[in-house]
Design a protein. Structure first.
Length: 396
């Protein structure tokens, strides 16, 4: 039973990644210098998927405008989840676009093709619903899985013990009848979870758990984007041409001969790197990023259209799009205690998150763990710290 269609669930915001998701959904955040969703599509194309149905919702135009109607020769069909009412509800929106068995993949995690292939092969071999299962030392943020003779015998959402070692990787294969199973699934707190439907399928028959390996990286909180970039660069999952020693530079980038690139590092198209500047290691520059002379950017992710002026030092930094950091800006790096909503996360590797269209004047600095909302303005020689809200004007 062949399977060549995939549904990608890409409708969510990713609220714990604010302020970076204020203007775009989580799947469009950068994994190194490309959106997370591109890696998902790459994995599906490499696994011979010929049709991709994309479920969009929050800031959906950001997905549609970026990808258009096709991706690397594969047709993209967009359907909309107008209210984010759970993963099962998201899959329901693809019902009319799917006419046979389908893969279902979360669109907000970087995966590689091996995981997709392994699930597809097991489904084609057994004819049973299948899901990817990965071994991880930490399962508390994910859905833990218990297997018995290759069948899923138990799903535990975000377990509070350390006795589990297998997690649900968010890659599935189903017959089209999964839509009827979703219809029969009870909602919980107004939401319809795909894992609850899988529980029904387990009660009615079998769900195969496919133990697999490969790149699988999730960003739950803003500092996780640094870890995602590290993983992508370490595995060389980069589109730009390699210069050797873990250095990738797009042909359309302009790197001054007196600049130093320390791998692993990727420099995207239309970037400019000035003389005396050191970029890397573990650093990704997105499209049209400019870093002026005698600057240092280490262990950071700078997204599209970011401008870093001369003499600046950025360590453990994540920028949004169209950010301008004036001459002599300093982000000294983590570790730091970071407040997300009402929770404080201790000792995180984070210098600062600086969201879309933030401007910092010359000689500004950011205390470790600072989160700066979109459109904020940081004045000359100001030291920002904690949480700077959207549109704030921070002066001495």
């Amino acid at each position: 039973m062949s399977i060549d269609t995939a549904v990608v669930l890409a409708a969510g915001e990713g609220t714990r990644l604010r302020p970076l998701t204020r203007n775009r959904p989580k799947p469009m955040l950068p994994a190194a210098n490309r959106p997370i969703l591109e890696y998902v599509f790459d994995a599906l194309v490499a696994a011979d998927v010929r049709q991709i149905v994309v479920v969009v919702g929050y800031k959906r135009d950001r997905v549609r405008d970026h990808f258009g109607p096709t991706y690397k020769g594969v047709d993209l069909t967009y359907v909309t989840q107008h209210k984010q009412l759970g993963s099962g509800h998201a899959l329901q929106q693809a019902r009319e676009a799917v006419d046979g068995p389908t893969l279902v993949v979360n669109g907000d995690r970087v995966i590689d093709a091996n995981i997709v292939r392994d699930v597809a092969r097991e489904f084609e071999r057994s004819g049973e619903p299948a899901m990817a299962v990965l071994e991880r030392p930490e399962t508390s943020q994910y859905g833990a899985v218990v297997l018995r003779d290759g069948d899923v015998s138990q799903l535990v959402e975000k377990p509070d013990t350390d006795e589990y070692r297998l997690i649900n990787a968010g890659v599935y294969a189903f017959e089209r009848s999964v839509f009827e199973a979703i219809d029969e699934t009870d909602r919980s707190d107004g939401e319809l979870a795909l894992t609850d439907t899988i529980g029904r399928l387990m009660d009615d028959g079998r769900v195969r758990g496919v133990r697999t390996e490969g790149m699988w990286v999730d960003a739950t909180y803003p500092w996780d984007l640094l870890t995602v970039a590290d993983e992508v660069l370490a595995r060389g999952h980069v589109d730009e041409p390699a210069r050797g020693d873990g250095v990738w530079v797009d042909p359309a980038a302009n790197v001054h001969d007196a600049a130093i690139l320390e791998g692993p590092v990727v420099v995207g198209p239309d970037c400019e790197v000035g003389p005396g500047t050191v970029i890397g290691p573990n650093t990704a520059l997105g499209q049209n990023v400019t870093v002026g002379s005698n600057a240092t950017v280490h262990n950071s992710v700078l997204d599209t259209d970011t401008r870093v002026e001369s003499g600046s030092t950025l360590i453990d930094a994540v920028t949004g799009q169209d950010v301008t950091l004036g001459a002599g800006t300093t982000v000294p790096g983590g570790p730091a205690d970071v407040r997300v909503d009402r929770t404080v996360f201790e000792d995180q590797r984070l210098g600062a998150v600086i969201a879309d269209r933030v401007t910092a004047e010359g000689d500004a600095s950011f205390a470790p763990g600072t989160l700066v909302g979109p459109l904020a303005h940081i004045g000359t020689s100001v030291r920002a710290s904690g949480t700077v809200v959207e549109g704030a004007e921070v002066v001495r």
